[in-house]
Design a binder for this molecule. Structure first.
Ligand SMILES: C=C1C[C@]23C[C@@]1(O)CC[C@H]2[C@@]12CCC[C@@](C)(C(=O)O1)[C@H]2[C@@H]3C(=O)O
Ligand SMILES: O=C(O)CCC(=O)C(=O)O
Ligand SMILES: [Fe+2]
Length: 339
């Protein structure tokens, strides 16, 4: 006898759906379709079977751990992040703050080799680990961008990837370290008595410590990898913060503002943040894939039609970056370039 299964219970509060996890070993035309769908519907997705070796990832992770475990006075020798170097709590130049420390570097071997002298007692090990990692994630970013061009039926498959393969590409690399809650809570009066002006808390949930505040990434694509400690959240269209499941074997890929502009708004640069509420320290590393400063960004002709007129005026990456750096982290800078 076949017994009908009971109708599923409906609860009033729907659990937000997770972001897509895309298996990069799938057949290519299927992959192109899935990648386009994810960039349209979410602006972010995770990838598995990405082909970046564990060894490359753990070498740079180890360098990050060694650096952040040093006493503050030693780390400060690599700072301040203006805009490259070591930073602690201060983000950008306009008063943004977060519960984190970080290293941010230009993603080119010469600059990394110079910077590594103030970061590590073994600069060659540091720069080699970071350069190998950047090469690997740049290739991953280019593969994804080429599949996205194919998925959009654009003839020139390299239309996006050429921008970040350009030797003058302005890409950068960042390692963020969010200390364990146990290391900071009792030193911090705000934790016990949050002040309304503090940026370090989410005012709707005063026990949420803001590690890296709400923003979208300005570049084309971001490739993020973290340890298995959570904290990354995206802002859903209905205004809810949705956690992204941490997974050290996957990469999380974000559409950036420049890609939203080039796709004429078909892809969206999703707003995200990192909270620092864990008893374990979170470490994340981001490769921000950017064009060269003089590259012109505008909606590609294939995305523009009578029904879909151009949403953004052309701008150079240098112009966009200067605007981003003149604004606060949470500001919506792309709207300033709308037609
Ligand atoms: C407050 C800021 C930090 C930031 C530059 C900015 O003025 C606005 C954008 C911020 C952001 C967000 C994504 C990564 C990052 C490196 C970038 O390119 O834009 C940061 C900048 C930063 O931390 O310096
Ligand atoms: O550290 C994280 O998990 C996210 C940080 C981030 O979004 C950024 O640095 O742009
Ligand atoms: Fe980001």
């Amino acid at each position: 006898m076949v017994v009908a299964s009971p109708a599923p219970l409906r609860t009033k509060k729907a659990r937000p759906a997770g972001i897509p996890v895309i298996d990069l070993s799938l057949e290519r035309s299927k992959l192109c379709e899935l990648l386009v769908k994810a960039c349209q519907e979410f602006g972010v997705f995770q990838v598995e079977n990405h082909g970046v070796s564990r060894e490359i990832i753990s070498r740079v992770e180890r360098q990050g751990q060694e650096f952040f475990s040093k006493p503050a006075c030693q780390k400060q020798r690599a700072g301040p992040a203006a805009p490259f170097g070591y930073g602690s709590k201060n983000i950008g130049f306009n008063g943004d703050k977060g519960e984190l420390e970080y290293i941010i570097l230009e993603a080119n071997p010469h600059s990394i080799s110079e910077r590594s002298k103030s970061i590590s007692p073994h600069p060659a090990n540091f720069s080699c680990a970071v350069n190998d990692y950047i090469d690997a994630v740049r290739n991953l970013a280019c593969d994804i961008l080429e599949m996205l061009a194919q998925g959009l039926w654009v003839q020139d498959k390299s239309i996006f990837s050429n921008l970040i393969r350009d030797p003058n590409s302005d890409s950068c690399f960042r390692i963020n370290h969010y200390p364990s809650l146990l290391n900071v809570a009792h030193h911090d009066d705000d934790w016990i008595n949050p002040t309304p002006s503090s940026q370090l808390f989410d005012h709707n949930h005063p026990k949420t410590r803001i590690g890296f505040g709400e923003h979208s990434d300005p570049q084309i694509l971001t490739i993020l990898r973290s340890n298995n400690v959570g904290g990354l959240q995206i802002l859903s269209p209905d205004g809810l913060w949705v956690p992204i499941q941490p997974d050290s074997d996957k990469f999380c890929v974000f559409v950036g503002d420049a890609f939203q502009a080039m796709s004429n708004g078909r892809f969206m640069s999703v707003r995200h943040r990192a909270v620092a509420n864990s008893v374990k320290a979170r470490m994340s590393m981001m490769y921000f894939a950017a064009p060269a400063p003089n590259a012109s960004i505008s909606p590609i002709p294939q995305m523009v039609s009578c029904e879909n007129p151009s949403l953004y005026r052309p701008f150079t990456w240098a112009e966009y970056k200067a605007t981003a750096y003149s604004l606060r982290l949470a500001d919506n800078r792309l709207d300033l370039f709308r037609n």
